[in-house]
Design a binder for this molecule. Structure first.
Ligand code: NAD
Length: 370
């Protein structure tokens, strides 16, 4: 029988040990590492880029070596904070020259959603592996173009699905695969927060591509797929808008969506920019259930099943993600849940269908494999 220990070993003992928060770290001695290191340049030095950079300080398999930014003062700050040499610093005009830089293996695109498509394609054309933040693109057409560009350039394309490496999440997936919940019948995903500053790009249709669904609802959608372990075959959706000043046309405030899965399970999800304290997954099967709350925030993630509390390590998501992505890119490691462009494209196809369902009121049939 698969024990928790076996499972954790599979997701790389050293990576977990590295990312455990300080209160747990005493028990886990650091493992020496002399394998390949992914040398990463971060594009977009904003709030999430800063979080990833900080987390990468604890990585053994990945190292922050370069930056791409339109703000010279930020480049200077990052150079001194992370010892980044001048030759590895670019702005959006000089960026294509990165192709002549042999000291950078991958570009991590952490810019506003609408810029992922052009930025990923440029990075691929410069011959660099690409890690792109979620949502990979604004729609499935763009996503497919990004996949094609990376294929053509023979570089890997991964998407920042940090929960795909999170131990509580993976333990539930292990239990579901082992049949411990029986036939899966239902998933509920609640994702939301109350958005603040009305001038931010997240409320600008041009840069965000939509509203809460693109930003936070994608966690419930993606979560339904990895928790149930299947891809949905239909979706219905409804939008509610209470504040037409803050949420302009094309920027959704709240969307509820429902999906059907081939094995008979259904999912009910809520995505909103107008409610706090919404970060919860619930999975129900014939023999048992699992719940995570918080389910996708930066942590600590907490969860339980019908068998009791989930007692998994508390990790820094971005450190573990970068350790694992290094192994995927440089060593061909297969993650438990995929994090590649094709995986992200499936989410974009569902997002396209959700917006179509909101507009038309119709139930939309999904064919994610095509
Ligand atoms: P942010 O506004 O804090 O940072 C965006 C950065 O992009 C800024 O440094 C900004 O200067 C730069 N930028 C470059 N060109 C720009 C332009 N034309 N307009 C505006 N900014 C421009 O945003 P963020 O919260 O860091 O989000 C960036 C991306 O990361 C988004 O795609 C978001 O969905 C994603 N994200 C992912 C997670 C996660 O947990 N995986 C969390 C937060 C954000």
């Amino acid at each position: 029988m698969n024990s928790r220990r076996d499972f954790l070993q599979k997701i790389t003992a050293s990576a977990i040990a590295l990312t455990i928060l300080p209160r747990y770290s005493m028990a886990m001695p650091e493992q020496p590492y002399d394998g390949p290191v992914l040398r990463v340049a971060i594009m977009g030095l904003g709030s999430y880029g800063s979080r990833v950079a900080e987390a990468m300080q604890s990585c053994k398999k990945a190292k922050l070596v370069g930056v791409i930014s339109g703000t010279p003062s930020k480049i200077k700050d990052w150079q001194s904070k992370y010892s980044i040499p001048e030759k590895n610093c670019y702005n959006y005009e000089t960026f294509d020259k990165i192709k002549d830089n042999p000291d950078i293996d991958a570009v991590y695109v952490i810019t506003p959603n609408a810029l992922h498509h052009p930025h990923v394609i440029r990075a691929a054309q410069a011959g660099k592996h690409v890690i792109c933040e979620k949502p990979m693109a604004l729609n499935a057409k763009e996503g497919q173009e990004m996949i094609n560009a990376c294929k053509k350039a023979n570089v890997k394309l991964l998407v920042g699905y940090r929960m795909h490496f999170e131990p509580h999440t993976l333990e539930i997936i292990r239990m579901r695969k082992a049949g411990e919940f029986g036939k899966i019948l239902f998933f509920q995903g609640l994702c939301g927060f109350k958005i603040g500053d009305p001038n931010q790009w997240r409320l600008n249709k041009q840069l965000a591509g939509g509203g809460s669904l693109m930003d936070i609802g994608i966690y419930a959608l993606n979560g339904s797929r990895y928790m149930i372990g299947e891809d949905p075959i239909w979706v219905t959706a409804q939008e509610t808008k209470t504040d037409h000043n803050l949420f302009k046309p094309g920027v959704d405030e709240t969307i509820q969506f429902q999906m059907g899965f081939p094995g008979g399970a259904v999912a009910s999800c809520l995505s909103t920019y107008n409610m706090n304290n919404l970060d919860r997954f619930f999975l129900n099967g014939e023999k048992g259930f699992a719940e995570l709350q918080p389910s996708t925030g930066y942590g600590p993630i907490k969860g339980r099943t019908n068998k009791g509390e989930l007692n998994q390590p508390i990790v820094v998501h971005q450190t573990l993600q970068m350790e694992e992505m290094s192994a995927i890119i440089l060593q061909g490691k297969q993650p438990v849940v995929p994090v590649d462009g094709e995986e992200a494209l499936k989410d974009l196809k569902v997002i396209d269908a959700i917006y179509e369902a909101v507009k038309s009121g119709n139930k939309i049939t999904l064919k994610l494999a095509e």
